[in-house]
Ligand binder design. Structure first.
Ligand code: C2E
Ligand code: MG
Ligand code: MG
Ligand code: MG
Length: 284
C-alpha cells in the first residue's frame, strides 16, 4: 500500500515537473512578444516616512499580464528570465516605464517623492542599464533624481569592481541606491562601508513576528544603528500590522513599506492613494 502510494506520488511529482518544464520553455519563448506587446505592467507600493508620516516614495513591482496564463507574479517568471538572461531586457523595460511615469506624474507627486526600481544582478552589471540612465540624466536631471535603484547583496559581491564603478556613476547622476532584501543574502555587515548606499531595505523575514522574545527587536535595533552610523537610511519591508509599524518606528527605522500601509497598487489607484491619504495624515 505504502509502496504503491509512494510510486503514485513519484509519478505525480514527475508529471508536475514536466508541466513546469514546458511552462518555463513557453515563458522564455513568449518573452520577446510580451515586451513588444507591452504585457509587463507595474504595480506601485507606497513608501512612508516614519517621522514625516508622508508618502516619500513608491516601489515599482512588475506583473506579467499574460494573454493565456493570466496575471503572473514576479516569482513565477523572474527566476526563468534570470536563467535565460532576458531579465536584463525586462529591467531596462521597467526602468523606462518608471521614467515615463515620473514624467506623467510630475505635476502631482510630492516634492521629495522617489520611485524605486528593482534591478537584477545581470541588469545592474550591464552597460545598457547605466548608459540609459546617463542619457536620461542629460534629458532631465530632475526626473532621474527621483529614482532609487534597488540592488541585491548578490549584485554587490559578484563583480565588485564593475559594481563600484556603476554605483559611483549613479551617485554622480544624483540617483539613489537601496540594498534590497537585506539580511537574506550574504549578510556580511563588514562590506557595507565599501559601497555608497543610500538605503538598506530590511527583509520582511526580520519584520515578521517581531517581538522581544525571539531577539528580532535586538537584531533590528543593531542593524538600524549600524546603518545610522554609516549614514545609510533604513526601510522596513513587509509591515502587515499596526504593532509592527509602531515597533519599527520606535526602533528608529526611516521608511516603512507593507500591506499595513498599502498593497502594491494599479497606477490609477496609486494616484488616488496619494490624493486621498493626503500629506500628512497619521497612521494609528
Ligand atoms: P522585493 O523587491 O523585495 O519586493 C517586495 C515584495 O514584497 C513584493 O512582492 C511585494 O508585493 C511584497 N510585499 C510588500 N509588502 C508586503 C507585506 O506586507 N506582506 C507580504 N506578504 N508581502 C509584501 P512581489 O511584487 O511579488 O515581488 C517579488 C520580487 O520580485 C521582488 O521582491 C523583487 O525581488 C522582484 N521584482 C519585482 N519587480 C521587479 C522588476 O521590475 N525587476 C526585477 N529584476 N525584479 C523585480
Ligand atoms: Mg525591491
Ligand atoms: Mg525587497
Ligand atoms: Mg524580495
Amino acid at each position: 500500500q505504502a509502496k504503491l502510494k509512494g510510486r503514485n506520488q513519484y509519478v505525480f511529482f514527475e508529471s508536475l515537473q514536466e508541466t513546469n518544464k514546458s511552462t518555463n520553455i513557453k515563458l522564455e519563448y513568449d518573452f520577446e512578444h510580451a515586451i513588444k506587446n507591452q504585457e509587463f505592467i507595474g504595480r506601485y507600493q507606497p513608501l512612508i516616512g516614519f517621522d514625516s508620516d508622508e508618502v516619500e516614495g513608491a516601489e515599482v513591482l512588475v506583473r506579467w499580464q499574460h494573454p493565456k496564463l493570466g496575471l503572473l507574479q514576479p516569482d513565477t517568471f523572474i527566476p526563468i528570465l534570470e536563467k535565460s538572461g532576458q531579465i536584463v531586457q525586462l529591467d531596462l523595460y521597467m526602468l523606462k516605464l518608471a521614467i515615463s511615469n515620473l514624467n506623467l506624474w510630475t505635476d502631482w507627486l510630492p516634492d521629495k517623492f522617489k520611485l524605486n526600481v528593482n534591478v537584477s544582478t545581470a541588469g545592474f552589471a550591464s552597460k545598457e542599464f547605466i548608459t540609459y540612465l546617463q542619457e536620461q540624466h542629460l534629458k532631465s536631471a530632475e526626473i532621474t533624481s527621483r529614482l532609487c535603484v534597488e540592488i541585491t547583496e548578490e549584485s554587490l559581491i559578484l563583480n565588485v569592481d564593475a559594481v563600484k564603478k556603476h554605483l559611483e556613476i549613479l551617485k554622480s547622476l544624483n540617483i539613489l541606491v537601496a540594498l534590497d532584501d537585506f539580511g537574506t543574502g550574504y549578510s556580511s555587515l563588514s562590506y557595507l562601508h565599501q559601497f555608497s548606499l543610500d538605503y538598506l531595505k530590511i527583509d520582511k523575514s526580520f519584520v515578521d513576528d517581531l517581538n522581544e522574545v525571539n531577539n528580532k527587536v535586538l537584531i533590528l535595533d543593531a542593524v538600524v544603528n549600524l546603518a545610522k552610523a554609516l549614514k545609510i537610511k533604513t526601510t522596513a519591508e513587509g509591515i502587515e500590522t499596526v504593532e509592527q509599524y509602531q515597533k519599527l518606528k520606535e526602533i528608529g527605522c526611516d521608511v516603512g513599506q507593507g500591506y499595513h500601509i498599502s498593497k502594491p497598487l494599479l497606477d490609477t489607484d496609486f494616484k488616488c492613494f496619494i490624493f486621498h491619504r493626503g500629506n500628512p495624515r497619521k497612521i494609528a
